[in-house]
Design a binder for this molecule. Structure first.
Ligand code: ATP
Ligand code: MG
Length: 297
């Protein structure tokens, strides 16, 4: 089946750590997705001209660079590893998506009491990310043997393949279970939206931009809150300084209470209890913090 050229194509991981959150981001952007079946390699949005290609995450940068898919959702680790091997890459990162956070770390046997990076000199290090690891070692002036493995890297020390590993870590539980401890941070990653740099015609471009605007809106609302409070007008300068990430709050007079105003603002950063206490300390009262359901800037 050849791809429908009236629709845009987005590559997402078929099944793995990024799949669920990639789909829920798209649903949050109002897309109704129907998948052919569990084994199906594609899915279709029935209220937007968008088809999803469900593939292995390693293939996503290639699909997007070749323009087979105009857009893709992938970890920065996979994107960077690909890009370092393809200097003329035709991919642009357009948005950080706030999930799939992890970091690529070098780990050593936890029996090693004292670790210095220089101890890697001349050693073997197993990894699935040889390009990122090579760059890191080069910047540290270390020469070591990199052993490339496609999976189960954490088993390499036990199997006698390499003494050290460089692998993705989020909680550290897998390292721990294999008698390893993280010793150096190599690369921090989260899921990102990428787009092809191959030329795209105007109608396609408009569909891509429309989708990216909606997704930008979903990401912005995840962090943003709407704050309403009352305050004496004289306290406004102090209160504006405390409101996190709020530009130009709306200020309206309170009827029958001279000198008192209501302040309304969209805060683009997290609002903590400490923030509320500081607002109260500056003279605010009746403070309400509300979630924002949809937003388009
Ligand atoms: P595929 O079959 O698609 O090739 P995979 O086994 O290579 O899947 P997953 O383990 O599903 O990949 O991880 C996908 C991405 O999730 C990683 O590339 C990374 O960006 C992110 N991620 C987040 N936390 C972790 C973690 N603790 N370990 C591995 N990857 C993580
Ligand atoms: Mg993979």
């Amino acid at each position: 089946m050849s791809p429908d050229r009236n629709r845009i194509h987005l590559a997402v991981q078929k099944s793995g750590r990024l799949s669920e959150e990639s789909l829920s981001l798209l649903k949050g952007a109002g897309l109704r997705l129907s998948r052919g079946g569990k084994s199906s390699l594609s899915a279709r949005a029935d209220n937007y001209p968008l088809d999803l290609m469900l593939v292995r995450d390693d293939d996503i940068p290639t699909f997007v660079a070749d323009g087979v898919c105009e857009l893709g959702i992938v970890g920065q680790n996979v994107l960077e590893e690909y890009a370092l091997g393809q200097p003329d890459r035709r991919i642009e990162e357009v948005a950080r998506l706030g999930f799939g956070r992890c970091s690529l770390k070098i780990a050593a046997p936890d029996s090693l009491n004292f670790f210095k990076l220089k101890m890697l000199e001349g050693q073997r290090i197993a990894t699935s990310y040889p390009n990122i690891l090579r760059r890191f070692l080069d910047t540290q002036g270390i020469s070591a043997d990199i052993v490339t493995m496609r999976g189960a890297v954490e088993l390499a020390p036990r199997l006698g393949i390499a003494r050290f590993i460089c692998d993705l870590v989020s909680t550290g539980a897998t390292l721990d279970a294999n008698g390893l401890a993280p010793v150096a941070d190599v690369f921090d990653s989260e899921a990102v939206m990428i787009r092809t740099l191959k030329p795209v015609d105007a109608p396609h471009r408009a569909k891509m931009d429309g989708l990216l605007t909606r997704i930008g809106g979903v990401i912005a609302t995840q962090e943003s809150k709407y704050i309403v409070l009352n305050a004496p007008e004289s306290a406004l300068p102090a209160i504006s300084k405390i409101l996190p990430g709020a530009e130009a709050p709306t200020v309206v007079p309170l009827v029958g209470r001279p000198g008192q105003v209501a302040v309304q603002a969209v805060c683009q950063e997290s609002v903590f209890w400490e923030t509320l206490e500081r607002l109260k300390g500056a003279g605010a009262s009746a403070i309400l913090v509300m979630p924002i359901e949809k937003m388009m800037m």
